[in-house]
Design a protein around this ligand. Structure first.
Ligand SMILES: Nc1ncnc2c1ncn2[C@@H]1O[C@H](COP(=O)(O)OP(=O)(O)OP(=O)(O)O)[C@@H](O)[C@H]1O
Ligand SMILES: [Mg+2]
Length: 284
């Protein structure tokens, strides 16, 4: 990812048009043939080869020689396309430091109208990087990581849009490809801080979970790792896996979220709360 950030400014129009052609080509091909790129970009073969070699050096594109010479976008290239679009739209003007890295995303600080956070979704990245899985999933023109990562970002954005400001979540600013731009939260993860009034803080979390539930949304990955603390207030983050309250297991999923939170407050602050009362209050 650092690679894409480094090269956002040095990407020229030929390289950008090749990345865009690859993105389109990957709807049809697992490995986009050179011929396709020639037609799509109207560039000469030597120009394309030169630009592709640079894009590969920067970790944006990969080459595969069998059964034919083909090229594919990888996360670095997809990151770059998203950043280029967001920059062009004026949503962001520069990328800052790494804020966090999770199982399925990386989050950077960025400069927008003010400081913002940009989350790059990375679904299927690791599992699909193995050669075997690449062959299995990519041969017939599917590109699961790209589609899954974009869907994940769209889903997270959808939740933030539906919940802000009723529920304490980051303000959604923009969404492009596999990225979500949102307000930057200044504060630690709940797991890493000591809250002044744990009892009230727990109430505040449950109150937000309840309002989300009333809006039809269950987080479904709620824990002390997905709550930030800013000026003594809780901010619920990381929403791509939310489910609707019309889900057949809605109550069980909401119950698991509550269990996670109650277990944390019990462990760290010795708070005892009745699980059923809390669940009833949230879903009732
Ligand atoms: N709006 C934000 N402002 C500041 N920091 C953020 C923001 N969103 C995310 N972060 C930081 O990035 C980290 C990862 O974000 P998030 O929890 O959304 O994704 P994730 O942990 O990768 O997802 P998963 O739980 O699937 O691993 C957070 O723990 C937090 O440190
Ligand atoms: Mg998380």
């Amino acid at each position: 990812m650092g690679v894409a950030a480094e090269h956002i400014r040095t990407l020229n129009k030929y390289e950008k048009s090749i990345l865009l052609a690859l993105e389109r080509g990957m709807k049809r091909y697992a490995w986009v043939p050179l011929e396709y790129l020639k037609t799509a970009t109207k560039l000469s073969e030597s120009e394309i080869n030169y630009r592709l070699s640079r894009l590969m050096e920067w970790g944006m594109v990969r080459f595969n020689p069998v059964p034919y010479d083909g090229y594919a976008l990888v996360f670095g290239g997809y990151d770059t396309l998203a950043l280029a679009t967001l920059t062009q739209k004026g949503t962001i003007s520069a990328l800052g430091t790494l804020l966090g890295e999770g199982k399925e995303s990386v989050v950077y600080e960025a400069l927008g109208l003010g400081p913002v956070a940009i989350k790059f979704h990375r679904v299927g990245g690791r599992s699909f990087s193995s050669a075997r899985l690449n062959r299995e999933y990519m041969e017939d023109g599917h590109c699961p990581w790209l589609i899954a990562s974009r869907k994940s970002a769209e889903r997270e954005y959808q939740a933030l849009k539906a919940l802000h400001p009723k529920v304490s979540v980051p303000l959604p600013i923009a969404q492009n490809r596999h990225t979500v731009v949102m307000s930057l939260i200044n504060g630690p993860i709940l797991n890493r801080c000591n809250v002044a009034s744990p009892d009230e803080f727990l109430d505040e979390i449950l109150e937000n979970v309840r309002i989300a539930y009333q809006a039809g949304i269950i987080h479904s990955d709620l824990s002390e790792y997905n709550i930030l603390v800013e000026d003594g207030k809780c901010i619920l983050i990381d929403w791509p896996q939310w489910v609707g309250t019309d889900h057949p297991n809605a109550e069980a999923i909401a119950g698991r979220d509550i269990d996670n939170i109650l277990a944390f407050f019990k462990r760290k602050y010795k708070l005892k709360r009745d699980r059923e009362v809390a669940l009833q209050w949230v879903t009732g």
